[in-house]
Design a protein around this ligand. Sequence first.
Ligand code: ADP
Ligand code: NA
Length: 332
Amino acid sequence: SFAKRIFSGIQPSGGLTLGNYLGALKRFADYQGKGAETIYCVVDLHAITVWQEPEKLRHNTREVAAAFMASGVDPEVSILFNQSQVSQHAELAWLFNTVARVGWMYRMTQFKDKAGKNSENSSLGLLAYPSLMAADILAYHATAVPVGEDQKQHLELTRDIAAKFNHDYGVDFFPITEPMIEGTATRVMSLRDGSKKMSKSDPSDASRINLTDDADAIAQKIRKARTDADPLPGSMEGLKDRPEAKNLVNIYAALTGENGDQVLARFEGQGFGAFKPALAEVAVEALAPITRRMTEFMADPAEIDRILGRGAGQAAAIAGPIVERTKDIMGM
Ligand code: ADP
Ligand code: NA
C-alpha cells in the first residue's frame, strides 16, 4: 500500500552511478500516479557540506535534475525542485538543530566515513547533515522516503527528531516517517571490492558504472569486475559467501525487474565468462536510453532551470505553512 506523501533527494555532488539509479532514481518513477503525492529534490545544500566548485555545482544540479527526468520522473506529475530555492529547508533545519542532540550526530556512520580521521576540521554542516535531511522530509509531512540502505541510519534520526519534537512540545504534529528500502538493489556494491558500496566518490572509476558511461565503458567495467572462479548456483542461497558474485546477480535482477533466483535459474552451472557479457547487455540496454535523454535535457539548461523554478514554487506552497506552524508551536 502506498503512503500519502513520498519525498526523496539526490545530492549534486558529482556524476551519478548505477547505485544511485537502482537504489533510488529507477524507483522514483515507479511511485508516481499510484495515489501518493511524489516530491523529489536535488539536495544542493547537502552537497556543500563538503567542498564544491561553484561552477561544477551549478552543472551537477542541472545534471541531477536531468537524471531524475531521464529516469522517468515527470515534472507534470511529481514536484521536482532544487533544495536551496526553497528557504524552508534551511529554516526548519535550524529549528531541528535545537531539537536534535550533538551525540546523535556523532554516532552517524556517514559522518565518521566522510569526516575521516580529521573530523575536527570537517564542516559543521557535515555533522548537522541529518538535521537538514529531517527538515527536507518533515517540511512536507512526508510519510515515506524511498532510499538505499546507506540512508537507513539517517532516516531513523529523522524519526527520532519528529518524535522528540512532538514529545517536547506536547503535540502530534510531525509524522513518524517510514523508510522504503525495497527491491534487489538497495545496496549496490563496488565492482572492485565486494565489501564497499558503489559510490561516486570512490577514487577508482573502474569501481562504478556512471550514468554517463557509454556501452564500451560499461562492458569493459563489467568484464573486469572482481569475481571468483566458481560456476553460478541455482539460487541466491548458494551465493551467501560470495559477495562479488551476489552483487552482479543482484544488479542483473534489478535491471530486468526479476529476483535473483529467477536470474540464476537461467545461469545455473555457467561461469562468469557467460554471465558477464549477458549482464553487460542488460546494463547497456537499460542505461543507454537514460544517458541519451540526460544529454537531450542538458542541451537546454534554461528549460531545466524553468522546471526547477516552477517546482520550487509548488514545494514552497506546501512547506511554507508547515514551517510557520512549527514556529508557532515553538512560540515564535
Ligand atoms: P551518494 O551516496 O552516491 O553520494 P546520495 O547520498 O545523493 O549519493 O544518495 C542518493 C540516493 O542513492 C540515496 O537514496 C542513496 O541511498 C542511494 N544510493 C547511493 N549509493 C547507492 C548504492 N551503492 N546502492 C544503492 N543505493 C545507493
Ligand atoms: Na548516500
